[in-house]
Design a protein around this ligand. Sequence first.
Ligand code: NAD
Length: 295
Amino acid sequence: MTAELIDGKAFAQQLRGRVADAASRFHKDAGRIPGLAVVLVGEDPASSVYVKSKGKACLEAGMKSIEHRLPDTTNQADLIALVEQLNADDHVDGILVQLPLPGQIDDKAVIAAIDPAKDVDGFHVVNAGRLAVGEDALVPCTPLGCLMLLKDRMGDLTGLDAVVIGRSNIVGKPMAQLLLAESCTVTIAHSRTKDLAAVVRRADIVVAAVGRPEMVKGDWIKPGAVVIDVGINRVDVGEGKTKLVGDVAFDEAAAIASAVTPVPGGVGPMTIAVLLRNTVVAARARLGLAKDASL
Ligand code: NAD
């Protein structure tokens, strides 16, 4: 391996420390601590683990965690009524509805009901629009975490060729907007892209957000490129055991890239750290307080 490992775990830990300091400054300014409300509908085990770790991280950062667990038979009107109640609650600065939602509920309708000022996931069309036109926005946590890792590693990104593989509203599209705002030349590749390998070979920056284990091969990578692997895929390794791998064939890419994120321990830990960061940012903005420069 010649590439440097981008240690998302260490970076996320540092960011969480900065968020804790910012939360305590907010406390001094506002007379209360920032609050994050997380809503989980149903019993999906993975979602349940995420919600638990979000709550724990919130408390560790000196913030208030409000958890609502609803049965998987919950109807859309009742969920939206809860969101509206949280919108109106002055002690709630951030609202996150854990996705996916059960089939009887339309994700889009629920996201649309969240007050954009409290939309710490950055999924509301108002925040997506603000990001697209270059206004202050709450930005989806995973792509913002990827950008932080890239800037930490590469500094100024102006003029670099960036290829984002994946066009989801949660990762691919906001990632592309963030890189465009950094003056990269951005290509969004997706399942219909022709000759993906050739497209990726042009990139100084590759962000893979596909959900296909080790799809991006080493010989797709331009020598010296920086590779951010967002994918989290559980694969069988025999004898009833599984392991997590990314969307990038790690060993192959690490022999050619200048830096690469591992899976696990790369992008994954950034998501919760940025969620906490977004909550403090939202809390300050709602109260008309100046931005906290440390975030
Ligand atoms: P998604 O399924 O919504 O989107 C996947 C995208 O990949 C689509 O836009 C599709 O066009 C593209 N795609 C599919 N097959 C392709 C192919 N053969 N070639 C090129 N493009 C192809 O997924 P998502 O929500 O954007 O997540 C992507 C991955 O990132 C998943 O593995 C997910 O688990 C992971 N993820 C990780 C975090 C984190 O915290 N690290 C957060 C969100 C998502």
